[in-house]
Design a protein around this ligand. Structure first.
Ligand SMILES: *[C@@H]1O[C@H](CO)[C@@H](O)[C@H](O)[C@H]1NC(C)=O
Ligand SMILES: *[C@@H]1O[C@H](CO)[C@@H](O)[C@H](O)[C@H]1NC(C)=O
Ligand SMILES: *[C@@H]1O[C@H](CO)[C@@H](O)[C@H](O)[C@H]1NC(C)=O
Ligand SMILES: *[C@@H]1O[C@H](CO)[C@@H](O)[C@H](O)[C@H]1NC(C)=O
Ligand SMILES: *[C@@H]1O[C@H](CO)[C@@H](O)[C@H](O)[C@H]1NC(C)=O
Ligand SMILES: *[C@@H]1O[C@H](CO)[C@@H](O)[C@H](O)[C@H]1NC(C)=O
Ligand SMILES: *[C@@H]1O[C@H](CO)[C@@H](O)[C@H](O)[C@H]1NC(C)=O
Ligand SMILES: *[C@@H]1O[C@H](CO)[C@@H](O)[C@H](O)[C@H]1NC(C)=O
Ligand SMILES: *[C@@H]1O[C@H](CO)[C@@H](O)[C@H](O)[C@H]1NC(C)=O
Ligand SMILES: *[C@@H]1O[C@H](CO)[C@@H](O)[C@H](O)[C@H]1NC(C)=O
Ligand SMILES: *[C@@H]1O[C@H](CO)[C@@H](O)[C@H](O)[C@H]1NC(C)=O
Ligand SMILES: *[C@@H]1O[C@H](CO)[C@@H](O)[C@H](O)[C@H]1NC(C)=O
Length: 720
């Protein structure tokens, strides 16, 4: 038995209640964590065995098992025996307990893992999305705790028995952490503690948040005088400029290089990109970052293959799909160094980040997927940091695992370009948050396009709204899917693309502030409803709406028609205001059918919300003369919330500064006020929303005299 109080007495910060957590071994039923007489965690079996299907509970022989509390709320369990496989099982008191996490992919369209058994590897082709592959050896349960297994070995998680989860890893030693909330029910604090043990996302440059426009194949679908890929990208840039559509980057997916199937020579195809450096410099001058596709695969005939194969660096030809080339075994130090050296060509010519593809298509044995992807992402990150420094480039991968979140952001793979794809994509975004990958985006409109006008303009529009309220807005155009060219030219597509991309750009101050929170706490930006409303039993299974930060409740329309049902969670706010019209108010705990045409989407704000918006990154907006930062702080006071606060993050990378903006609502005096927390006044305004001022009352902070500042409004009836 490990008593906690002895350890805890050293820390004055620990509340006495926590003193009661204890962990003890009960030979017949594994490890129990209790609080007084209450069982909080029932780690009902500790498993070991010679194969992943023959593991058995350790029972009385506990040689090789140690366990202790590391902090008042984190217990560390270590297993190290002569067996090749280790694992554990956790049982809960109720068969209806929900388990979350492990995979980004939403099996069965669900946000939880009900009835799923799968390995901790790339999920592959599946309903709604192919290759939605981010993952982490971490689960979270509605019974109030999380478990993180600190390994890159291959394993399996089995959620098929109601109320239980078991995991087994191919490893002769295993360390796992049982993480309890710092306050009862606060699963957010479990994610914070988990990411403190594993890794947190680096804050991206503002340009990484998008809007980003790219093509799956810039070497085709030429218009006008365009004759190569380089000009094709410039054609996109020119149209975005002409239409005044905000953008911050573009990237070249494969094909762009000269190697076999365009990969492996670490170059640009001279026919398609006659002047890569000049071209990239030009994009930079036009306000856009540029990224390229990379993968660990040695295509036959490429430089990568020809150098690696004779040295024995390649995984033996496993079962590569469509001859895609074996991966290099990056555990071999020479292979690692070689790859790093070759990749460094790209940052040297101005490429600012990678799209990291594959790693789960049979180019290596499955059991090394996690170790190898982690190494590949390390290499990719290293080459970029070397050239640009931390937080100064944007890399995103589809097959990232756990600790790699410190070195790459993610996109959700190849979604189907229809409403099934969108519904699964929304669920995958929520799930990405639950495995603590905060900076996430999806191919707006989907990736798999079957035939003309897929996505339909309706699917595309709904997806654009979802991406506006995603951390990253990225949209694949090109190959007969460019909104300003046929067959889309005469649809609403371009207008809605402009509306949503520009909205996303204007939400950058808000999103970046949450990217900063994510880098500090591990908390995602897209949040499952239960993270914000832990005491509302009705939200445990909701896979089609989410909190975007703490202030927005977002309920994308993921089926045809203009109406969907929205449930308003109890806890974070007594009522919710429809964000765009600023008229309808919905009581927490109620459900309503919300109807919006394609030019809008169901989005709500909480009482007391403070929402920084504005033009803080110029990107391609060279049409704006004398461009200057403009920050607008939207204020939604409610007398139900006497004080609310928002931490606004201004600046790039870790060099920025935080400002705590505070709003007060005094019901007695019918007075609302805001304190900008030291934020300078140049280019800053506040916008009050209250009854009779649904359009907003804008106050230019600079125009106000000291003391007055226009930051106090009297006689206000709030909108809630
Ligand atoms: C635990 O149970 C025992 C016996 O039922 C009881 O005497 C004791 O008060 C309980 N302790 C707590 C903290 O509930
Ligand atoms: C722990 O779970 C096991 C397996 O379900 C069960 O037999 C045991 O009674 C549970 N222990 C407690 C204390 O709940
Ligand atoms: C496991 O135990 C063996 C033998 O006691 C020891 O050599 C090894 O370092 C241990 N491994 C880990 C990861 O603790
Ligand atoms: C207990 O387990 C350890 C490690 O698996 C093993 O070496 C040892 O022989 C076992 N002891 C008994 C009595 O079975
Ligand atoms: C669980 O999934 C399996 C297939 O993976 C299916 O056959 C079975 O019906 C499912 N069970 C429940 C209760 O959904
Ligand atoms: C055992 O390993 C194989 C091969 O990786 C895998 O397909 C299977 O799902 C694993 N089963 C369990 C129970 O871990
Ligand atoms: C630079 O970019 C602009 C805008 O995309 C394009 O019109 C121009 O041709 C490019 N110039 C060069 C030298 O590539
Ligand atoms: C290109 O790769 C394919 C598939 O691996 C292979 O069949 C072909 O021989 C390669 N071409 C060259 C020129 O090496
Ligand atoms: C377990 O890992 C070893 C290498 O450590 C590998 O040879 C073996 O195939 C793996 N087993 C499974 C079931 O994946
Ligand atoms: C989306 O496409 C997939 C694959 O073609 C198909 O199975 C699914 O039924 C489609 N969904 C809708 C809503 O059309
Ligand atoms: C997804 O996988 C299915 C099955 O292999 C395939 O038919 C479909 O074309 C794939 N779609 C994409 C976008 O890769
Ligand atoms: C929403 O619409 C459906 C279908 O018309 C209806 O059955 C349901 O009662 C409506 N819900 C509410 C809360 O109005």
């Amino acid at each position: 038995m490990v008593r906690l109080c002895a350890v805890l007495s050293l820390s004055a910060l620990v509340s006495s209640a926590l003193c009661e957590y204890e962990i003890k071994l009960n030979p017949s039923s594994g490890l129990l964590i209790t609080d007084g007489n209450k069982t909080l965690v029932n780690n009902s079996a500790i498993l070991s065995g010679s194969s992943n299907t023959t593991v058995v509970s350790l029972k009385t022989n506990t040689t090789g098992l140690t366990y202790t509390f590391l902090t008042p709320t984190v217990a560390k369990v270590t297993l190290n025996t002569s067996s090749a496989f280790h694992g554990a099982r956790f049982s809960t008191a109720s068969p209806s307990t929900h388990f979350y996490g492990v995979w980004e992919y939403p099996f069965n369209g669900r946000v939880d893992n009900k009835n799923v058994s799968f390995d901790l590897k790339g999920v592959g082709n599946n309903v709604g999305i192919n290759w939605s592959n981010a993952r982490a050896p971490f689960f979270l349960t509605s019974s109030g705790y999380g478990v993180y297994t600190d390994t890159l070995k291959m394993g399996n998680y089995d959620f098929r028995t109601p109320g239980e989860v078991g995991f087994v890893f191919n490893s002769s030693s295993l360390v796992y952490y049982i993480i309890l909330p710092e306050k009862t029910g606060e699963l957010k604090s479990v994610i914070e503690q988990y990411t403190a043990l594993s890794a947190r996302s680096e804050i991206p440059p503002t340009s990484g948040l998008g809007p980003t426009f790219w093509s799956d194949d810039f070497t085709q679908d030429f218009h006008g005088s365009v004759s190569n890929a380089q000009e094709n990208i410039q054609d996109v840039v020119n149209h975005l400029y002409a239409e005044r559509i905000r953008a911050t980057s573009s990237f070249a997916d494969r094909p762009y290089g000269s190697g076999n199937r365009s990969w492996g020579n670490f170059d640009f195809d001279p026919v398609q990109y006659p002047d890569p450096e000049g071209f990239i410099q030009n994009l930079t001058d036009w306000g856009l970052d540029f990224q390229v596709w990379i993968a660990n695969r040695a295509q036959r005939g490429s430089k990568l293959f020809n150098e690696s194969s004779p040295k024995g660096w390649l995984f033996p030809d496993n079962h590569p799909v469509g001859g895609l080339g074996e991966a290099l075994n990056l555990s071999i130090p020479e292979a690692y160094d070689y790859f790093e050296e070759q990749l460094s060509y790209f940052p040297s010519v101005g490429v600012k980040g990678y799209k990291i593809d594959r790693g789960e298509e049979g180019e290596m044995p499955d059991y090394v997927q996690n170790e190898q992807m982690a190494l590949f992402i390390d290499i990719a990150y290293g080459t970029m940091v070397e050239e640009f420094g931390e937080s100064n480039f944007f890399t995103f991968a589809r097959s990232a695992v756990d600790r790699s979140r410190a070195k790459t952001h993610i996109w959700n793979g190849d979604a189907h370009a229809n409403f099934t794809g969108l519904a699964y994509t929304v669920a995958s975004g929520i799930r990405a948050g639950l495995v603590a990958f905060p900076i996430w985006g999806s191919d707006t409109g989907g990736y798999t396009r079957e035939g003309v006008l897929t996505p339909t303009p309706e699917v595309w529009a709904r997806w654009m709204w979802f991406s506006a309220f995603s951390p990253v807005y990225e949209l694949m155009l090109g190959t007969n899917h460019t909104p300003w060219y046929p067959p889309y030219a005469n649809t609403s597509t371009m207008a809605i693309m402009k509306q949503t991309a520009n909205l996303h750009a204007d939400l950058t101050p808000y999103i970046k502030s949450y990217a900063y929170v994510a880098s500090r706490t591990g908390l995602p930006i897209i949040r499952a409803l239960f993270l914000e409303a832990p005491n509302d039993e009705k939200v445990w299974e909701v896979a089609d709406s989410y909190f975007f930060g703490e202030e927005f409740l977002v309920a994308p329309i993921v089926a045809t028609g203009n109406t969907r049902s929205v449930y308003f969670p109890v806890g974070p706010s007594k009522s919710y205001l429809e964000y765009f019209s600023k008229e309808a108010v919905y009581t927490a705990g109620s459900t309503a059918n919300i109807t919006t045409p394609l030019i809008s989407s169901p989005v709500f704000v909480t009482q007391g919300a403070i929402i920084p918006r504005g033009d803080v990154y110029q990107g391609n907006a060279k049409w704006v003369e004398d461009w200057k930062q403009e920050l607008r702080i939207e204020l939604f006071p409610s007398y139900d919330v006497p004080v609310s606060a928002f931490t606004y993050y201004d600046g790039e990378g870790a060099e920025g500064e935080e400002y705590v903006i505070t709003m007060k609502a005094d019901k007695e005096r019918k007075e609302v006020s805001v304190d900008l927390g030291g934020l300078g006044s140049e280019g800053v305004s506040v916008v009050w929303y209250y009854r009779g001022a649904e359009e907003g009352v804008m106050v230019d902070v600079k125009s106000k005299t000291e003391g007055e500042k226009g930051l106090v409004v009297k006689g206000v009836e709030t909108l809630f």
